[in-house]
Design a protein around this ligand. Structure first.
Ligand code: C5P
Length: 311
């Protein structure tokens, strides 16, 4: 624990993610969709620094413009801190300073990473000594992707996406990410998928169908082979997201014409993730996309989940 001007500071870091495979099943009783997804944590990290306070507050720093984000009670990091305080019977608060590196509303789980890092930071700051399972339990109530940012690595998610089982993965995959200059609403993209399924009904999607992760995806991850993984990347949210934001089709095409093995919408978008064979192709693609005035960042995965950092 560091101290700044006499106050203890706890620093925690948590990663963003790419869903390399995402199948959406039926709507469940709680309104969420039954999912089968393969998550990969990638090297874009949210940095959360927590200091003691009487109340709960959050501020953002870093190079990403976070001026549109809520800083009140609806902010997921604040919700995370409050949920842990409630569970642990802690009566104080916390001030959170969050350095954002995961695109905002981009489908890469940035808000979820804020919540995961906040749980870890507050647990250490307050000495609540919650077990990993207790923190994961709180994480799952905060959002479907929060448990995965907590555990990181490579995992299969079922249920809402919060029932995790680790998956074997070898080596590092290289990604080039094309960022959009707009955000997309996750519920909005799920609703568009539902509307599409209502229109085209049961012949393409039997209601009782239980989604599962394609065995070839697991094999590609185990082999650490980007060519194999490129062949099986899949996201059921891609078609409805492209329907809502048709310009993304051009981005996908541009990447595939400039050396990407394959492109996929990340989560509910609008970030487009391109899988490349190696660092040289990553650079080439980065240059080509930047020349088309797209904002581009590179990332590798899998990486570790939420952890405390000794500054
Ligand atoms: O849990 P999270 O806040 O990330 O989910 C955002 C929204 O995405 C939910 O309110 C729901 O509309 C949709 N969603 C879903 N099924 C899932 C995950 C998310 O319908 N498995």
């Amino acid at each position: 624990m560091m101290t700044t001007a006499g106050s203890p500071v706890v620093h925690a870091r948590a990663p963003g993610k790419i869903n390399v495979f995402l199948k959406v099943g039926a709507v469940m009783e709680d309104g969420y969709h039954d999912l089968a997804t393969a998550y990969q944590a990638v090297s874009l990290f949210e940095e959360v620094r927590a200091t003691p306070a009487t109340d709960f507050s959050v501020e953002f720093c870093g190079s990403i413009d976070a001026s549109g984000l809520a800083t009140g009670g609806t902010n997921l990091a604040i919700k995370a801190a409050r949920a842990l305080a409630r569970k642990a019977g802690y009566r104080g608060g916390v001030h959170l300073e969050i350095e954002k590196n995961v695109p905002i509303a981009g489908g890469m789980g940035g808000g979820s990473a804020d919540a995961a890092a906040t749980l870890l930071a507050c647990d250490a700051l307050w000495g609540t000594n919650a077990t990993k399972d207790e923190l994961l339990g709180i994480a799952a109530k905060l959002g479907a992707d929060v448990p995965f940012s907590f555990t990181g690595g490579t995992a299969i998610g079922t249920g809402r996406g919060d029932q995790l089982s680790p998956a074997l993965a070898k080596g590092k995959f290289q990604w080039v990410l094309a960022l959009a200059d707009f955000g997309m609403s996750t519920p909005g993209v799920y609703q568009e998928l539902d509307r599409h399924r209502d229109r085209h009904a049961q012949d393409i999607f039997p209601a009782q169908h239980q989604p599962s992760v394609d065995a070839n995806v697991l094999q590609a991850l185990r082999a650490g082979d980007p060519h194999m993984l490129a062949d099986v990347l899949h996201n059921d949210l891609q078609a409805p997201a492209l329907h809502l934001a048709p310009g993304l089709a051009k981005v996908l095409q541009l990447g595939e014409e400039n050396g990407a093995l394959a492109g996929i919408l990340s989560g509910s978008g609008p970030t487009v993730a391109f899988l490349v064979a190696d660092a040289d192709s990553a650079l080439e693609l980065q240059v080509a996309l930047s020349a088309s005035r797209l904002r581009v960042v590179r990332a590798t995965g899998p990486v570790h989940g939420a952890r405390l950092i000794n500054d």
